[in-house]
Design a protein around this ligand. Structure first.
Ligand code: NAP
Length: 260
């Protein structure tokens, strides 16, 4: 019998987590570093990236680069940075994301373009740029892994007026399945996590407006997400435990997106 705990190991793996400077991305990076993976984190603000690397380095090996991942140049710069450190990437987490809220009447064009750029275009072109590195890690019995961070808002329309956000996340879910089909034969799995509400910077405004208790009240399991919810799913989707799983969207929302 194999050692079942080993199935969840990411020891020695090389991972890239976009938007890893804070929130859900930083929690994913923490789970990976603390479990023995080397992690590169990236976001736009250099200071925030440096602070995240400092925090992660207390637990293991971490590097960081500031880059705008809503642009192809940013994707190429991050890939070049990673190439200086490794010739294979086992895990790519496309987590960097942004949202925009406005009434239907006033919704501006840049609130559409900015969100589509970082939430959909970014994951596509970063995956494209990283393909040679992902292929370097891909094996039939140990696929390389791409994990896209979508949202329950991409599974059904939300109640907030975040039009481009919902569309972008639905697009990312579609892209996840499309890429999973294209890359399965190359031994690269592509899955998505669709979080429900987590108390990150992205949710600050919503929490201030609606109140944390009211938001929790809309969740079937009656609470917001916690870092440990992120840690556990990260280890499942990034480790050999999910080697036979691709094209899946896992809702991490206490029932939102699935039963509500
Ligand atoms: N929190 C929730 O309730 C929730 C629910 C569903 C889905 N999600 C998704 O989870 C992911 C993480 O969100 P979060 O809640 O952790 O939000 P967050 O705290 O606002 O973190 C977003 C991260 O993305 C980075 N980022 C934003 N724009 C970027 C760009 N153009 N290029 C590179 N990095 C960029 C940010 O850093 P910089 O500002 O330094 O660039 C930050 O590291 C997002 O994709 C989000 O849509 C979150």
């Amino acid at each position: 019998m194999i050692n079942v705990a080993d199935l969840y190991s990411v020891k020695g793996r090389f991972a890239v987590v976009t938007g890893g400077s804070r929130g859900i991305g930083l929690d994913m990076a923490k789970a990976l570093v603390a479990s023995g993976a080397t992690v590169v984190v990236s976001s736009r603000k250099e200071q925030a990236v440096d602070a995240a690397v400092e925090e992660l380095s207390l637990h293991g090996k971490a590097f960081g680069l500031a880059a705008d991942l809503g642009t192809v140049e940013g994707a190429k710069a991050l890939t070049a940075f990673v190439q200086e450190k490794t010739d294979k990437v086992d895990i790519l987490v496309n987590n960097a994301g942004a949202t925009w809220g406005s009434t239907l009447e006033e919704f501006p064009e840049d609130g559409w373009d900015k969100i589509m750029d970082v939430n959909v275009k970014g994951p596509f072109f970063l995956t494209q740029a990283m393909l040679p590195l992902l292929k370097g890690a891909a094996e039939k019995d140990a696929p390389a892994k791409v994990i896209n961070i979508a949202s329950v808002e991409g599974m059904r329309p939300g109640v907030m007026e975040t039009y481009s956000y919902g569309v972008s996340k639905a697009g990312l879910i579609h892209l996840t399945k499309h890429l999973a089909g294209q890359l399965a034969g190359r031994h690269i799995t592509v899955n998505a996590i669709a979080p429900g509400p987590f108390a990150t910077k992205m949710m600050q405004g919503t929490i201030a407006m609606a109140g944390e208790d009211n938001i929790a009240g809309m969740v079937p399991l009656k609470r917001l997400g916690k870092p440990e919810d992120v840690y556990a799913l990260t280890l499942y989707l990034c480790s050999g435990a999910s080697n036979y799983v691709t094209g899946q969207v896992v809702a991490l929302g206490g029932g939102l997106g699935t039963i509500a």
